[in-house]
Design a protein around this ligand. Structure first.
Ligand code: DGJ
Length: 743
């Protein structure tokens, strides 16, 4: 047998917890090892073909595993047995490729061979795209980047694979760039950010699929022979599928087993492909959606892919999620609010929709302050003069205040609102405002003046959704208009929070490549506005969670998780979203019952407890129209939300019981220093003559002593191995318990 055992064994095993004392990137000739604390990612250059061959991506190893890469019994092709890091097209690898280039001669064959490499300290930014950041200097980070330069000598096209290692997070981040060094034009038809070939084994794939009001539904299925996949063609990451994939072993659970997570740092259309090959290898690809790419590259031009963050955990899906959360809080979200507690807010949408005037808004703001909210948010319906936005049929694009609703102007309203004092304090009530700047109504001055700014394809009718069209943000003049419109308001009105909404998908794109050009345009807009207004708390939104992705997190530290505020559904949606995104980034509000979307009635305590699991807790109701006893409970619930918010924002999240499989979903947040924790426990349905289950906590120090809800003290060992039996009453009962380390 032809065993391949390369060297690279210059590292030390310090404990079973992982390998320490080794550089983040080790290079031995043309063999490479990327080392995280608990992960190894290793590949080398095949001497004959110049191809990059993966040898290991998983738990820490000190050398390549013993392996015989050739197929048992030969086979029909020259490449199907290979674990290729950048599978190109047309030379015998019949699996789905990571790259497809239409060369200037018209064919789509590529042949990339290793040419050289370089290692750079830290993490270089990606031009025009959101991306993780990190330094090599800071002792706790040790981020380094390896760039492999590949070259196709037949087409004179270069490909650079950039791998950055975040050793503390067991994360390897990859992006790819293609440069046309030939003399004729080429078209990049497909460019996956990640392509990885896992060895012959059984895997399951975990994804977050859904719809409007049902975002991030956790779905798990077997990886079987053939091609499976999902993605978005909506122009945005979408409600349908989130740009995230996890591969797990069949026996992997929340707290046990191998889990690989792949998260694309991108907000546009994307594609995930998982292919189990005839020889049993599993290939996973994730990147921009090739059906909407066709990116032309003239001589000397480059296309850079978004990056994909890959994280490995051998301790189950929960540990994988926590690594994503920490990485995204520390090395992706740029906002100064990332670690700050968020002001409790009251948003006008579900309470008033577009049906208000200056007086009703001021009254709602007064009620907000009286209940203890710190921020009042004026949602849709405040703008438009010739075509006032009094419902969803007009006004988008005309970002000036409606003079009939607010005769004294927005500034004067906000000045009055700022004079209101938050109950129990002398703090002024802050003001936040809703925008939907990427959109345009046909009934708007903007459409009359600039019909050419709308996405359109020749003579095809410009099809409307929710009576609106999409501005073509690929055009610099549209980007400038959006920046100007939003900045005009922020420069003249003391707005401390912006909700950036986006309520329809893209139709009638003028060209396939316009989709990516649109996203690049929007990233320019986000970059410019968030840099110019760093003290504004920006919240993303797209009919709920239609653009909840790692790309948007770079600019907006939080997003509206779903338009579905039904607390039972929200348990599923928020648990699902937390698979990859930190709870600090979720907006979660208490609304009135019966719920607007589901018609379900749940107690206010349950609604509030569920919303407290999101970093940005708020109310979305008209207090004058809810039962007096519910209203009376709100101030205490706000106080509790504020008390625990620092742990929700900065702590680690442990999903204890999943809502898909338990009548008692539960979760624990543990502060970074381990001294405080908050336990959330829910009962969905009341049962009769049943014992309540013992809820076993996780993540505590077994030797430490904790005080549970200000009363009993128990060891971490007892809390985790013995558990706590909680007594519940009716349907939708809930508890939020505090734990304090006392030794
Ligand atoms: C959709 C958002 O998700 C809602 O929260 C609300 O802002 C409406 N748009 C307003 O039109």
């Amino acid at each position: 047998m032809n065993y391949i055992i390369p060297s690279l064994a210059r590292v030390t095993v310090n404990s079973t917890a992982g390998l320490v004392g080794r550089p983040s990137i080790e290079v031995d000739g043309t063999s490479f090892a990327l080392n995280g604390r608990n992960v190894s990612y290793r590949f080398h250059v095949d001497a004959q073909t110049g191809d990059i061959i993966l040898t290991h991506f998983g738990g820490p190893v000190t050398e390549d595993p013993v392996q015989d890469p050739s197929a048992n019994g030969g086979g029909w092709s020259t490449q199907m047995h290979l674990r290729r890091e950048f599978p190109d097209l047309g030379r015998g690898d019949f699996r789905t490729p990571a790259v497809r280039i239409k060369q200037s001669q018209g064919h789509t064959v590529s042949g990339f061979r290793y040419k050289s490499h370089q290692v750079v300290a830290g993490k270089p930014p990606l031009p025009g795209l959101p991306c993780t950041f990190g330094g090599a200097d800071k002792e706790e980070e040790g981020v380094e980047t390896l760039v492999l330069h590949l070259w196709d000598e037949c087409s004179s096209v270069a490909a650079d694979l950039a791998y950055s290692v975040f050793p503390e997070h067991d994360a390897v981040v990859r992006s790819v760039s293609i440069t046309n060094r030939g003399s004729g034009p080429i078209t990049v038809e497909k460019l996956a950010s990640l392509s990885v070939d896992l060895p012959h084994d059984e895997y399951e794939m975990l994804q977050l699929q859904g719809e409007w009001s049902r975002e991030c539904t956790r779905t798990r299925r077997k990886v079987d022979y053939g091609l499976q996949g999902f993605g978005s063609t909506t122009g945005y990451s979408s409600h349908y599928n989130n740009p995230f994939l996890s591969l797990v072993s069949p026996d992997t659970t929340e707290s046990h087993g191998d889990a690989w997570g792949f998260s694309l740092v991108y907000s546009g259309s994307f594609l995930v492909e998982v292919e189990k090959s005839p020889q049993g290898l599993t290939r996973a690809l994730i990147g921009m959606n090739p059906s909407q790419l066709s990116w032309p590259l003239g001589p000397g031009e480059t296309l850079v892919s978004p990056e994909c963050v890959s994280i490995f955990s051998s301790a189950g899906i929960g540990a994988m999620s926590r690594k994503f959360h920490r990485l995204y809080r520390r090395n992706l979200i740029r906002s100064r609010f990332v670690n700050e507690t968020r002001p409790v807010l009251l948003n006008s949408w579900e309470g008033l929709h577009c049906d208000f005037d200056g007086d009703t808004i001021y009254k709602l703001a007064q009620e907000s302050a009286d209940l203890g909210a710190r921020l009042f948010v004026l949602d849709d319906g405040w703008f438009g003069d010739r075509y006032p936005r009094v419902d969803d049929r007009a006004g988008l694009g005309d970002w000036t205040v409606n003079p009939r609703r607010f005769p004294d102007g927005l500034r004067s309203l906000v000045d009055r609102i700022n004079k209101l004092k938050v109950a129990g304090s002398d703090q002024p009530l802050q003001f936040g405002l809703w925008f939907e700047p990427e959109m345009i109504s046909k009934k708007s001055v903007l459409y009359e003046e600039h019909p050419e700014w709308v996405l359109h394809a020749g003579e095809y009718p410009r099809s409307e959704t929710r009576q609106q069209l999409v501005l073509n943000a690929a055009l610099p003049e549209v980007q400038d208009f959006i920046i100007r419109s939003v900045a005009n308001i922020l420069d003249t009105v003391p707005v401390t929070y912006v909700k950036w909404d986006n309520n329809r998908g893209m139709h009638e794109s003028p060209a396939p490549e316009n989709h990516h050009a649109y996203m690049l345009g929007m990233y320019r807009v986000f970059e410019e506005l968030t840099t110019r207004f760093p003290n504004v708390l920006w919240e993303g939104c797209a009919s709920g969670g239609g653009r909840f992705d790692a790309g948007i997190l770079q600019y907006f530290p939080q997003s509206w998780t779903s338009d579905n505020t039904d607390a039972l559904d929200r348990v599923h949606i928020q648990f699902g979203t937390s698979l990859v995104y930190p709870c600090s980034s979720m907006g979660a509000h208490v609304s009135a019952v019966p719920n607007e979307v589901t018609g379900r009635v749940t107690p206010i305590r349950f609604r509030a407890h569920v919303a407290m699991m999101g970093g940005s807790f708020g109310l979305e109701l008209d207090p004058s129209r809810i039962p007096a006893e519910d209203k009376a409970r709100i101030p205490d619930l706000i106080r509790l939300a504020e008390k625990i918010n620092p742990i929700v924002i900065r702590g680690d999240f442990w999903r204890l019981n999943l809502p898909e499989s338990s009548n008692y979903p539960s979760a624990l947040f543990i502060s970074e220093d381990g001294r405080e924790a908050v336990l959330f426990a829910f009962q969905i349905r009341a049962t009769t003559v049943h014992n309540f289950p013992l809820l076993k906590l996780q993540g505590l120090d077994p030797r430490a002593t904790y005080r549970l809800d200000g009363e009993r003290t128990l060891s971490g060992a007892t809390l985790m191995n013995g558990g706590v039996q909680l007594r519940f009453g009716t349907d939708y009962d809930s508890k939020v318990l505090l734990l304090e380390r006392v030794d």
